[in-house]
Design a binder for this molecule. Structure first.
Ligand code: RIB
Length: 291
């Protein structure tokens, strides 16, 4: 089984700051670094480190080679990543002393993904496969419709949140991932509670408080392991990639949710986005005390 992930690939430019600057303030950073990011790339890395076979669908520019090399190290299939004459997507990320972040993205190649390439890649998918998406590329609804028509599981992580983007893709989604703020925004935009939107499975993440699964008219709360946060960047992506991988691997919801929450908790104990995502063995040791 394969996870096809239509997702962004960003060069993350990360500033560690003593606090977030106020309007008009000039602030000296404590440190600066660059790494692989993008909600899409992070989720591909998470799913791959969880043990899934991952095919990434997306685009980079001439400056994207180093990011692709990092994705390759996790065994992600990049045959369907297009090389465009646009800059690779970029994120300017500030992380404060509590591990909280503030992110500004520049889409670059991420919103110029050739939709014919996505369609061609999905033509080879089967109903045992999964399509994973976030809201940092073009072509989401068309890909989701094509995947749903072929019987794939469609997992949509509604971030960065945009009500119109969710409305467009919603009819094709099997698993919808939101945080609490996004769930409230979606309910307000749609004029009804999220569990009544007709999506078979909705997962609402609640940061350190864990997550709630809403399906079949029931709500199940899952706690998150407690950790000391260093950098929360990419925690939601780690959760999404691990959850998609768990479902793809046939784990039940209980086990898949527990593993995804543990992976996300571990990711916030290290700096960086993709760089902080744990491998399956580390998650297993964390959960069970054995590799
Ligand atoms: O979710 C974290 C990610 O959001 C970062 O890696 C950044 O690139 C932005 O896409």
């Amino acid at each position: 089984m394969t996870i096809y992930n239509l997702g962004s690939i960003n060069i993350d430019k990360v500033l560690r700051v003593p606090h977030f600057p106020a309007p008009g303030e000039t602030l000296a950073a404590d440190s600066y670094g660059e790494g692989l990011g993008g909600k899409g790339a992070n989720q591909s890395v998470a799913a791959a480190r969880a043990g899934a076979r991952v095919v990434h669908l997306g685009a980079v520019g001439p400056d994207g080679d180093a990011m692709l090399r990092l994705m390759e190290q996790d065994g992600i299939d990049l045959a369907h990543v297009s090389r465009l004459g646009l800059p690779t997507g970029m994120a300017l990320i500030s992380v404060d002393g509590t591990g909280e972040n503030s992110i500004v993205i520049v889409h670059g190649a991420n919103t110029a993904v050739p939709e014919a390439d996505v369609a061609a890649a999905l033509a080879g998918a089967t109903e045992e496969d999964t399509l994973l998406l976030q809201n940092e590329t073009n072509g989401q609804a068309a890909a989701a419709r094509a995947a749903r028509d072929k019987g794939l599981r469609v997992v949509y992580s509604a971030a960065p949140f945009d009500a119109d983007a969710v409305r467009e893709i919603l009819p094709f989604v099997s698993v919808l991932l939101l945080n609490e703020v996004e769930a409230a925004q979606l309910a307000a935009a749609m004029g009804k509670p999220v569990p009544e939107l007709g999506v078979p499975h909705v997962v609402v993440t609640r940061g350190a408080a864990g997550a709630v699964l809403q399906d079949a008219g029931t709500e199940t709360a899952f706690p998150s392991p407690r950790v000391d946060p260093v950098d929360t960047t990419g925690a939601g992506d780690t959760f999404a990639g691990y959850l998609a991988a768990g479902l793809d691997q046939g784990l039940g919801w209980q086990v898949a949710m527990g593993r995804a929450l543990a992976a996300a908790a571990l990711s916030v104990t290290k700096p960086g986005a993709s760089a902080s995502i744990p491998k399956a063995a580390e998650v297993s040791r964390f959960l069970h005390g054995a590799g």
